[in-house]
Design a protein around this ligand. Structure first.
Ligand code: ARG
Length: 472
């Protein structure tokens, strides 16, 4: 009973049908309508109308009485949508006209005064900016929570030795805490990009009208302030045709998706039989319908996969916008689909990543054992030859290579090679060298700024708490 009458296919549109005698073809209605997805903007659409109506009254463009009737109608529509009674109709095309049609049902022809000095072009740009601003704030809180979970765990695992990799080959020992802190830094940059995006998008298009501004004495500064925007957008053509803010959001989201996919891939590897570095509980794994022994890291795999959807959303909107002449074109209605899709995917991925960080149980024994494999302390041996025996690094590198070859032949680790064997390669080596061949000693020695020494990792975690988790 709500949502306005369904115009018949032969009747001209009630919103703009003055010069039309017939209604649209069925396919025209279907391709044109956006209500299926833009109904998500209902709260922002009503907030924008409320601000616009109040300004029209303040500027004497609308009588106080008509303004009050419109506000009452808008309040009722809001209540109807909130309670799920509102019927959204494709015949009314989009969220703006669905609201307006219902307003006309509720208060009669006065409803038609609300659209004075405004167009759906500035309306939709305003709605989407408001929606994205709130969404960015929510996503930022999720990113902060992910940083919190990573820092909490990094502190616990600051001294847990694991292999660090290059080319996915064991390279040098690092600590598990250090590894997790790398993601804290990435998410920190992601938050910075979103904050930039939020700051730039926070200007009001409302009052730009269709494209040229309006002849009515409106106050764009007032509506901007009411809606929490920093200022009105300076150019009316730009105001209705700019979608930079959505592209910036999608670019930031795509990059975050890429970061999360790298983390997810590591979780998949770490859970695998070959690594066995961590375990995930029943909460973040699934079984197999045929293989009773299986425990699959589906959540991590899906986070890894959804980065494709995020990158795809960015490519979609860039492609929609490319070559569009100023000002508005209906093409731009397609902005909302990738924005909504990306926001939903990112929120899910962040929630899953937070859950997995809290859920994962590292196997310290396995991590330690793996850290000792692959001659991971060969660089420490070469560095020792430079420091203690005074060899030039290239010569030390060569001698170490020969020692690794001998360990390989004997099938033992560097620390297990007898001293005589080491001295056969380089006579200057003494028993003191064994101190640097253990992974614990290796990580403890990595004390350069940003290095993996456990006390540096603890200090880095404390610094990250200050810069990322404390509100000014
Ligand atoms: N549903 C439209 C959109 O999302 C609203 C703007 C329509 N403007 C117009 N001139 N037809 O872009």
């Amino acid at each position: 009973m709500t949502g306005g009458k369904e115009p018949t296919a032969s009747a001209a549109n009630t919103h703009w049908g003055g010069r039309f005698t017939a209604g649209p073809a069925e396919i025209m209605r279907r391709i044109n309508a956006s209500i299926e997805f833009d109904k998500r903007l209902w709260a922002e659409d009503i907030a924008g109308s409320q601000a616009h109506c109040a300004m029209l009254v303040a500027q004497d463009i609308l009588s106080a009485q008509d303004g009050a009737a419109i506000q009452a109608g808008l309040a009722q529509i809001k209540a109807e949508i909130e309670s799920g009674q509102f019927v959204f109709s494709e015949a009314h095309e989009d969220i703006h006209m669905n609201v307006e049609a219902r307003l006309a049902e509720l208060i009669g022809p006065i409803a038609g005064r609300l659209h004075t000095a405004r167009s759906r072009n500035d309306q939709v740009a305003t709605d989407l900016r408001l929606w994205l601003r709130a969404t960015i704030e929510r996503i930022d809180r999720a990113m902060r929570e992910l940083q919190q979970a990573l820092i909490d765990r990094a502190e616990i695992e600051a001294g847990t030795v694991m292999p660090g990799f290059t080319h996915l080959q064991i390279a040098q020992p690092v600590t598990f805490g250090h590894h997790l802190m790398a993601y804290v830094e990435m998410i920190g940059r992601d938050r910075g990009r979103l904050a930039d995006c939020r700051r730039r998008l926070n200007e009001s298009p409302l009052g730009a009208a269709a494209l040229a501004g309006t002849s009515f004495p409106i106050d764009r500064h007032a509506t901007a302030a009411t809606l929490g925007f920093a200022r009105p957008m300076a150019n009316s053509l730009d105001a209705v045709s700019d979608r930079d803010f959505a592209v910036e959001f999608l670019a930031a989201a795509a990059l975050t998706g890429t970061h999360l996919s790298r983390f997810a891939e590591e979780i998949v590897l770490w859970c695998s039989d070959g690594f066995g570095f961590i375990a995930l509980s029943d909460a973040f794994t699934t079984g197999s319908s045929i293989m009773p022994q299986k425990r699959n890291p589906d959540a991590a795999e899906l986070v890894r996969a959804k980065s494709g959807r995020l990158a795809g959303s960015l490519a979609a909107l860039l492609t929609v916008m490319k070559g569009l002449p100023l000002a508005y074109g209906k093409d731009m209605q397609e902005d909302k689909i990738p924005v909504f899709e990306a926001a939903d995917a990112l929120e899910l991925c962040l929630a899953a990543a937070i859950g997995m960080v809290r859920d994962m149980r590292p196997d310290r024994e396995k991590l330690r054992a793996a850290a000792g494999r692959g001659y991971s302390t060969a660089t420490d041996l070469a560095d020792w030859l430079v420091r203690a025996a005074g060899l030039p690094f290239r010569q030390a590198h060569h001698a170490t290579g020969e020692i690794v070859k001998r360990a390989e032949q004997r099938g033992c680790t560097l620390a297990e090679l007898p001293l005589a064997e080491l001295q056969a390669v380089e006579p200057a080596i003494t028993a003191a060298v064994y101190d640097v061949l253990r992974p614990e000693c290796s990580v403890a020695s990595r004390r350069s700024f940003g290095g993996t020494a456990p006390d540096l990792v603890r200090a880095a975690a404390a610094a990250a708490r200050q810069s990322y988790l404390v509100d000014e």
